[in-house]
Design a protein. Sequence first.
Length: 294
Amino acid sequence: MKIHFNIIVVSYNSGDRLKSTLKSIYRQDYYDYDVIIEDSCSDDGSIEGIREDVSGDMIRGMSRTHIYVEKDEGIYDGMNRALSRVVYREIPDNEEVREYVLFLNCGDTLHDRQVLGAVADAVSDRLATVPYEEAALPHIFYGDMYNLTTVSHVSSCPRLNEFALYRNLPCHQVCFYDISLFKERGYDTEYKVRADYEHFLYCVYKRKAVTEYLNVTVSDYEGGGFSETEGNLKLSAMEHKRITAVYMGRKASIYALVLKLSLSGLRTRLANDPRFSSGYNRIKSLIYNKGDRG
């Protein structure tokens, strides 16, 4: 089975952060991927710099990098435009190919040079060992991340039951989506901060996607993402409430109460504070591992 990755990077005046992201991709030991850069008409020279830079470890990757410059209406519109470039690509009938999509923000990097190879091997192994009916379902494979801001390893929940879906999804920088999950629809741009969260729930609830945890640290997360800016935090909470009501109904209110009673606000502050994040995330990893063994 052949595993092919479509790595989408949406950019706007990203400077050297774009180059850093690309270098982490081009150094991979696994070469079966394409990079789609969707740029919203940057005027800082970053795109021209990428096009001109064909030296050293950049040259190998340029041949499989596709750059599109077109004004978008925001980050999710840019992601949808990038998806339109790859979703309907034809695959020869004689090839058994599984295509996956990974989104990396400018400044985020793949954790080490073995990431794509490790994910490809793990995906192939999983799909080869499950019944055909399950293997035929669309999958979202996801791993862990390293947070550069808090200098800590962040484990993803190994079992995404409904409460886990409510409280804490893996970030899109560690998720490999079956490409078919974007054929019926992309991101709902009505949501300005949480469209990726809404789409994940759509995949699980509407498309019956199988979520599979991989014990791989996928990305180094730069931090300070779009949804984490001070101005978007309130909007993020409002959209989360609206989305979970749509997919989970009245149970969303119960989950909200459980989080409040379990001091989720305090735990979030600990996770985001560099002084405590490493210890907090180590404890969380231990809990997750214990739960997975159970």
